[in-house]
Write a protein that binds this ligand. Structure first.
Ligand code: GLA
Length: 705
């Protein structure tokens, strides 16, 4: 059997050797060119033996067993009632599925366990790892954790991940890697507002544009762990896995635990390079939303009416929306059961006779008659105590013992692993989708999971599988149905959910200034076309800040765009601007939702640039946003990155959503158009205008030679 396996594709190499009868990833990162001599490689990687250490150098492999002399975190933690806590796996099979995909299966005959890892280098250069463990013994094996680890080169210096809370998702935190373990855990039972979405290790100084980055992301919508470990012997590694609650996975004879996939990205072209690979891979999926149809301009009526459902008002909104070119109208919370406020009704997915005595048909027809699709809000995993469902089945909530878990937004979580609960939700939602012509559902998840137990056993994992199944079954029953994953804004955005949902509600914070960073960082992993970005009201409901129409509109352009505003309040001139904005989005969405996203490195922290460049380099659109007053009276240049360095571009200001508010006697001369090479635009750029803070402009570049 060969001992060396080299997968290489799209500028990335993974080198795995098995000389110690265990798969050992010795390199993951930049492409290795030239021949690799196995004997020389093994000599090159063999560590010296320092004093006071194991007598022989150990190749610990990806399962990092203590039995092989590894003292860092092992991949597997578990035992058979205290026994078989220590394993030593020996390679049994190697299945080379293709040049880019290989599976290793190992066995520990004493511990009676089998493990496998499937390593796939995808066309985008992303690495996908899928591990599993099977109990071959008669007695139960209790699995505490199964982590997928990848080695990092010794020169990685920094780490970057993301944290947040409701209204402030995906805020970056960056620091030096030091000895010890850095652990990011998600215990909300959904991926969560503070879910990092990706954990990066970086070479010193890696930026958006330059440098090497290695990232891992758990493709999973439940509890999670992302780790970076630097051990005293000097090994640095990065890992991810599902966070299992006590006793959550107990494997009976011949039962298997399949870990969620871990997606690993390497880039030698900075964070933008990593982001690009992630986008390319997702866009290659047949069910990726833009492979089905362009992303429609969406009006969500939540911030316009909240629980105040009134046909006349909603019809007026639909008319206004149609006039400015909106394509989808979403009726949010408040249409069902006793849901006149947020303390009742969840669980009863039947149209409320109080607010909609004739059903929703009249509104659906109205919306459709003005040319829009109809969308509807659900929060199927949840139940209020004040609901018919809870009164009939109080035992269907996730709970432990006889306790009722603490209320959160006055609600509890249904145990969807309970067949009755699952069927109830599926049947009620299915009935609504069958009765009305509904193209789209927004599916919310506003409560965290606590005491998530199914028949007494921890069941976050079961809950996640159930919601995936729910979405898949609803889609199968209603071909073409789209689902937006929302969890009080961006509380369930992850690479597991991308395979089941079509859109994420990025944040409940619609303040354009806040969205400048929330959108910027969330889109590192999730392609913009899957991120809901709405123009909110003039005065943001989330922060009370007031922003110009132009700043709100320019900020909302960079995603699956829409509005969340009482359009009946908008002036004629605002409606005209909105129409111009919607027309522009429609004209440009092909580019915005397929091109390479570039963020560009900042020369000053008060402003930022964000853009999308067409794959063939023929055109690009950029946003330059002034976030705070500039340090300088003439703010630093706007560098336009990602263009073809040798080609010539016509570059000009475009104002489809009105003019930004500036403080300058004369605007920059290039506003009217200049011709420059892509190389010059990236190296030198354009003089920035003197914008007032919280203002943004759009710049178009078109290749002319
Ligand atoms: C959550 C969502 C909002 C809205 C409300 C309705 O907070 O994030 O967009 O749907 O619920 O209650």
């Amino acid at each position: 059997m060969a001992n060396l396996f080299h997968l290489t594709r799209a500028g990335v190499s993974v080198l795995i050797e098995t000389s110690a009868a265990t798969p050992n990833i010795v390199h993951w990162g930049r492409e290795l060119v030239g021949t690799i001599d196995e004997t020389s490689l093994l000599s090159a990687i063999q560590e010296p033996t320092p004093h006071c250490d194991f007598d022989d150098p150990q190749l610990v492999g990806i399962w990092r067993e203590n039995a092989r002399g590894f003292l860092g975190a092992p991949s597997i933690i578990g035992s058979r009632d205290g026994l078989d806590f220590s394993q030593h796996f020996s390679l049994r099979d190697v299945n080379q599925i293709s040049d880019f995909e290989i599976e290793f299966i190992s066995i520990d005959a004493d511990a009676e366990l089998e493990v496998s890892v499937r390593v796939s280098l995808l066309p985008s250069g992303l690495l996908e790892l899928q591990q599993s463990i099977t109990n071959l013994g008669l007695n139960d094996f209790k699995l505490d954790s199964l982590t997928t680890w990848l080695p990092l080169p010794d020169y990685v210096a920094e780490q970057l991940d993301f944290t947040g809370r409701w209204m402030n998702e995906r805020q970056p935190q960056r620091k030096q890697i030091q000895s010890g373990t850095w652990l990011r855990e998600g215990r909300e039972g959904r991926s969560g507002h503070d879910f990092t979405l990706i954990e990066f290790a970086l070479a010193k100084g890696t930026s958006f544009e330059n440098g090497e980055a290695w990232g891992v992301s758990l493709a999973w919508s439940g509890n999670s762990r992302h780790l970076i470990e630097r051990t005293p012997i000097g090994r640095t590694s990065i890992g991810a896995g599902e966070l299992l609650l006590a006793g959550e996975v107990i494997l009976g004879k011949e039962e298997t635990y399949a870990a969620p996939k871990v997606i690993a990205v390497y880039s030698s072209e900075g964070l933008d390079g990593a982001s690009h690979r992630l986008h390319v891979q997702q866009r290659s999926r047949a069910n990726h939303p833009t492979n089905i149809r362009p992303r429609p301009v969406t009006l969500n009526v939540w911030e316009a009416v909240y629980f105040d459902h009134d046909y006349a008002k909603l019809a007026e909104l639909a008319d206004a929306a149609a006039k400015i070119g909106v394509e989808r109208f979403v009726l949010d919370d408040g249409w069902f059961g006793a849901r006149r406020h947020d303390r009742a009704g969840l669980g009863d997915w039947v149209v409320s006779a109080d607010v909609w005595p004739e059903g929703l048909g009249k509104l659906v027809d109205k919306v459709k008659s003005v040319g829009l699709e109809f969308g509807l809000w659900f929060e199927g995993e949840m139940v209020n105590a004040d609901s018919d469902l809870y009164r009939a089945h109080p035992d269907w909530i996730l709970h432990s013992g006889g306790r009722v878990p603490p209320e959160f937004r006055t609600q509890q979580v249904l145990d969807l692993a309970h067949p009755g609960a699952f069927e109830h939700v599926f049947n009620q939602v299915n009935a609504i989708l069958s009765e009305y012509d509904i193209a789209y559902i927004k599916w919310d998840h506003n409560r965290v999971l606590t005491e998530a137990s199914h028949l007494g056993q921890a069941a976050v994992r079961k809950q996640v599988h159930a919601i995936y199944r729910m979405f898949d079954q609803l889609k199968a029953a209603h071909p073409g149905l789209e689902i937006e994953s929302c969890a009080s804004g961006g509380g369930r955005i992850d690479l597991g959910m991308v395979e089941h949902a079509d859109r994420f509600w990025t944040s409940d914070n619609n303040d354009a200034l806040e969205r400048q960073s929330i959108n910027r960082y969330t889109s590192i992993v999730i392609p913009p076309e899957m991120l809901g970005t709405h123009i909110g009201p003039t005065k943001a409901h989330s922060t009370g800040r007031t922003h110009s129409h132009t700043f709100r509109a320019v900020t909302a352009l960079w995603g699956h765009a829409g509005l969340e505003w009482d359009l009946t309040e908008a002036s004629e001139s605002e409606l005209e601007l909105l129409k111009g904005w919607a027309d522009y989005y429609k004209a440009k969405r092909g580019l915005l939702h397929s091109g390479r996203t570039v963020r560009g490195d900042q020369t000053e922290i008060e402003s930022q640039t964000y853009g999308v460049v067409a794959h063939d380099g023929s055109e690009a659109v950029y946003m330059y946003a002034a976030l705070r007053p500039s340090e300088f009276s003439r703010p630093a240049n706007i560098r336009l990155t990602g263009l073809d360095a040798d080609a010539t571009y016509e570059v000009k200001l475009v104002e489809p959503a009105g003019a930004a508010n500036a403080m300058q006697m004369l605007p920059p001369k290039w506003y009217a158009g200049v011709r420059m090479s892509g190389g010059l635009l990236a190296a030198m750029g354009l003089r920035a205008p003197v914008l007032r803070p919280e203002q943004a402009i759009l710049i178009e570049a078109k290749r002319v030679g």
